[in-house]
Each structure stands twice: as C-alpha cells, then as structure tokens.
Design a protein around this ligand. Structure first.
Ligand code: SAH
Length: 350
C-alpha cells in the first residue's frame, strides 16, 4: 500500500495532502524504498554527480530575532564578526583552487552590507572567476535591491521560507518579521531571474505532520530550483534552547519525498543533518540529494557562525573538508565534480 503510494509519487510527481500525510506517518516501513526510488530519480536527471558549493559565512551580525537561531540580534553572547571584501574574495580565490565553481555568500541580515558594498563585491568575484556561479543568502531585501544584486552578476539566491504555516511562522519569528513578506521575497527573486532556493527546518518547535504535508504541496507549487532542509537543532542561548532537535530519520525521508516531487531540484545534504547524524550526508546522497556545501570561511571565524549547538567542521581547513567529503561521497557510488552545477533548466543564463 505505502510502496504503491511511493510508486505513484514517482510517476505523477505529486500526491494530495492525505497521500503525503500517510507517507510521513507510515514512513518506518518504507524509508529504504523511498530512498532507493529517490536515488534512482536523481540518477536519471543529474547522474551520480555531486555538486559542491563553497560556503562563505561572511557576517554573523543580524537585525532579526528568530527564536531558533544562535546569531539572533538578542543573543548578546554571540561573538560578532564581519569579513572584509578582501577576505571574502580571498576565500573565493582559494576555493577556486580546490575545484569550487559555485560560491555562496551567507550571512545574517547585516545593514553594513548594503548594495553599495555587495554590488562591487559581486562584480569583483564574478570578474575574478567568470566560470563560477555566485549564490547569495542574505535574507529579506527590497525588490530593487534584489534586482541590483542580480544585475551585478549574482546567479542564485537561497531564502528558506522556514514554514509554510503562517501562524507557525509567527511563533518562530517574533517581532517585525512577516510570513507574507518572506513569501513575497521568494516570488520577487524568481521573477527577477535568480535560481531560487526555498526550504524549511525539520522538527522545528510547533511543526506538525500536516505542516510537513503542506510543505511538499507548497514546494510543488513554487517550483524552486533548490530546496534546503535540515533538522532544527537547539542553540543554548536562544528561547528554544530546551526544545528537542529534529531527527535525521525524518529529514532523510523528507529529502527523498522532495526529490520525488521535484525530480530536477538541486538538493543539498546539509551541515545540520550531518551534525545530528555522522552518516547523514552519505545517507542523504543515497536518498536523492546531490549537493554539498562545505565551509570556505577562514578558520578563525568558523566557530563564530553558530546558528545551533555542536556544529561540525568548525576547526578544519577547506582543503581537509573536501578530502573528507570526497572519501564519503565515493562510498555512495557518487562522485564530486568540478562544475557550476546549475539547475538542469538553467544551464545558460540569458
Ligand atoms: N539570514 C539568512 C541566512 C540564514 S541562515 C536568511 O535569512 O536566509 C540559513 C538557515 O539556517 C536558515 O534559513 C534556517 O533555516 C537555518 N537555521 C537557523 N537556525 C537553525 C537552527 N537552530 N537549527 C537548524 N537550522 C537553523
């Protein structure tokens, strides 16, 4: 019964809400079957290639107060830092030598990095590495700002919607943030032309199975080029310090459902997943993921970009990370490639 439902999802690439809900509720029996199907679909679309993105966490200043996040404005124990544009381009240069062809600039919502700083920085990175893609993940900005960043040469943008449920969003984001604005930002990014990434945390406080079924329906409708999901992990200096973490088991199952629902999607095995399960990245790849995002930030700041407790790989150099990942990926029968790794519909940007 449940395997038939998965076969139906593979063929039709969508189920109704009850269908997703029963898969989620009965996943214990079908986890391996789901992973196998999703791995096959990934192979059909992208082959056994795993794309790598060099993550540059360039500022941990943030004006927002998300209840789950360790770099929330209200956490006065966070040790704040900002990289200079020269340090950021230096990270990209060394990443290029290691085979990275996508760089991801991620940070808190830091007013210091206005368009006046980001636009020349994007142009500089793209001029130094014209064969590379540049991804931004710097939160909510105006339509005009997104347009300027795109015109400066940024190719992709990651903005997790965090939850499809408006009330749940309000519980996770006290203060000035709004679900409607988050969703509008995603639509704006797509309209401007970015390859756009949405996503959510698995097991965030207050999340229900129904919410997860709605996540899958929402993703099917939005059709983002990328989807980032990872388990919620508590951070000791946040309001959610005592809440339980999301599980690797549920995250892995949802990754497979996302691959079956959006066969073409670029789907990372996230650091948060690897933090809750040492085998998380390998299992995610076996279950349909095809992206890894190792850290390229300078080692002296890595221990400061702490969204959650016990984050892995905060002490290693990028070169060590890539060697470790190559070994892990080979064990799954896949292979890390030196490639921009664009979405299959978007190989050529016009
Ligand atoms: N400021 C940017 C980047 C956010 S950090 C933005 O708003 O998009 C990237 C992602 O980390 C967030 O979207 C969130 O889903 C995730 N994250 C934050 N805190 C987390 C936690 N405690 N556990 C797991 N993931 C977390």
């Amino acid at each position: 019964m449940m395997t038939e439902l998965l076969d139906k999802l593979k063929t039709e690439t969508v189920l109704d809400r009850d269908g997703y809900l029963s898969l989620i509720r009965n996943r214990a029996q079908i986890r391996e079957y789901a992973a196998g199907l999703a791995g096959t679909v990934r192979d059909e679309v992208y082959g056994k290639k795993i794309f790598i993105r060099g993550l540059i966490e360039f500022t941990n200043y943030c004006k927002n107060n998300c209840s789950y996040c360790g770099i929330r404005a209200g956490n006065d124990k966070a040790d704040r830092y900002r990289l200079t544009p020269e340090e950021i381009t230096g990270c990209a240069d060394s990443g290029y030598e290691l085979g990275f062809r996508t760089f991801v600039l991620q940070g808190g919502e830091d007013a210091y990095f206005g368009d006046d700083i980001l636009v020349p920085l994007i142009k500089d990175i793209k001029a130094r590495h014209p064969d590379c893609a540049l991804t931004l993940s710097v939160g909510e900005r105006s339509y005009e700002s997104y347009r300027r960043l795109y015109e400066a040469g940024a190719d992709r943008y990651l903005l997790r919607h965090e939850t499809v449920n408006r009330e749940h969003y309000g519980m996770l984001h006290p203060g000035g943030m709004s679900w409607d604005n988050r969703m509008q930002c995603l639509r704006n990014l797509k309209e401007i032309g970015f390859q756009t990434g949405a996503g959510f945390m698995v097991g965030s406080p207050g999340q229900t199975d129904e919410d997860l079924a709605d996540e899958l329906l929402f993703l099917k409708e939005l059709k983002p080029e990328m989807v980032g999901i990872g388990p919620f992990i508590p951070h000791k200096d946040t309001p959610f310090a005592d809440r339980p973490a999301g599980t690797a088991e549920l995250t892995l199952f949802l990754l497979s459902l996302i691959r079956l629902t959006l066969p073409d999607v670029l789907l990372p095995a996230t650091t948060a997943l690897a933090t809750v399960d040492p085998k998380g990245r390998e299992l995610a790849i076996e279950g349909g993921a095809n992206v890894l995002m190792p850290n390229l930030s300078p080692v002296n700041v890595r221990g400061k970009y702490l969204l959650y407790d016990d984050k892995i790989c905060t002490g290693e150099e990028a070169a060590q990370c890539i060697e470790c990942l190559k070994t892990r990926v080979e064990k799954t029968g896949c292979e890390i490639v030196t490639d921009r790794g664009d979405h299959i519909d978007r190989k050529v940007r016009n």
